[in-house]
Write a protein that binds this ligand. Structure first.
Ligand code: SF4
Length: 323
């Protein structure tokens, strides 16, 4: 398992599985034996195509979904066994920012109510005036202002809505935030603004982010480490810098080759690796490497043996028989 040795481990995921029964003999293996650790204050990006299991993985990690097998420890405590006050403290400390801010914000409520709701539920302040002041403060921190507090969600742009979603998540003074594709629905220019905001808030508050994304372009700017998922499994995990300079897994190389490069000359010479074959179904996957049907290097061994994530260089883990 990719280990974090230098600092305090805040999250430890071991052999996590999340399966969905799909009928009598069919099982959708959305997350299949995924392990990783995170230390306090870091950002781990998880990247993969639609349907690779990254969102299910994130949601199972924070206990929104029951697990099928494995363990998730948050500060040493089993997330799926928490009850009572322990559970309540966890739901305050661990927050989520959603992909589609419009769908995740109640259109019948004013921003004031949306951002203040969690503080009321958790009885964080004794008066409405204190909550109001805190809402103003939070809006200011995310680049909005107090006039916005009395408006409804439909009055805002996509980027502003995501700022409201971030303010709502921050309202409970969280330590850990699952960012579930928080920029995918936004224009490219707005994406950079939201990423910069998240980085600044992390520096100010020491937040830990599990950042889910469908491509590698923006993840680079925010992540300390990146994990690449393919059909429910983690195929590569390393530091952000190492992944972008020395990608090892054939799937990671293909994902990286798809990122446009801002320099027109370099972009003109960019060699895009086109993946052959279809994305196989995660329902009852065949034995062996799940990428074999699309991999230009697949051999007989790839159909027989499932590659296991192992360290090929310091802090660089890959699941591929080529290494
Ligand atoms: Fe390709 Fe085989 Fe490596 Fe899978 S294990 S990525 S099929 S070379």
């Amino acid at each position: 398992m990719p280990e974090v040795k230098d600092s305090e481990v805040v999250l430890k995921v071991e052999h996590l599985k999340k399966y969905f029964p799909m009928g009598k003999h069919a099982v959708l293996k959305a997350v299949d034996d995924v392990s990783f650790e995170m230390k306090r204050g870091e950002t781990l990006g998880i990247v993969g195509e639609s349907g690779c299991g990254k969102t299910t993985c994130g949601r199972t990690v924070i206990g929104l979904y029951d697990k099928t097998d494995g363990t998730v420890l948050y500060k040493g405590k089993d997330v799926h066994a928490m009850k009572g006050n322990e559970r309540k403290a966890f739901t305050k400390e661990v927050q989520m920012i959603f992909q589609d801010p419009y769908a995740s914000l109640d259109p019948r409520l004013k921003v004031n109510q949306i951002v203040g709701e969690g503080m009321r539920i958790h009885k964080m302040y004794s008066s409405n005036a204190e909550i109001q002041d805190r809402v103003f403060e939070l809006l200011d921190q995310v680049g909005l202002n107090r006039e916005h507090a009395s408006r409804y969600v439909h009055e805002f742009s996509g980027g502003q809505r995501q700022r409201i979603g971030i303010a709502r998540a921050l309202a409970l003074d969280p330590e850990f935030i699952l960012c579930d594709e928080p920029i995918s629905a936004l224009d490219v220019s707005i994406q950079a603004q939201i990423i910069n905001l998240l980085i600044r808030l992390q520096q100010e508050r020491g937040l830990t982010y599990l950042f889910i994304a469908h491509d590698l372009s923006m993840v680079k700017h925010i992540s300390d480490r990146v994990g690449v998922m393919y059909l429910g499994t983690m195929v590569e995990m390393t530091t952000s810098e190492e992944l972008y300079t020395n990608p090892a897994h054939p799937y990671t190389k293909a994902l990286l080759s798809a990122i446009p490069i801002p320099d027109p000359k370099v972009e003109h010479e960019r060699q895009r690796i086109m993946l052959s074959g279809d994305v196989p179904s995660p329902i009852n996957p065949a034995p062996g490497c799940r990428f074999k049907g699309r991999c230009p290097y697949a051999s007989a061994k790839c159909s027989q043996e499932t590659p296991v994530l192992h360290e090929i260089a310091p802090k660089h883990y890959v699941a591929c028989h080529l290494y």
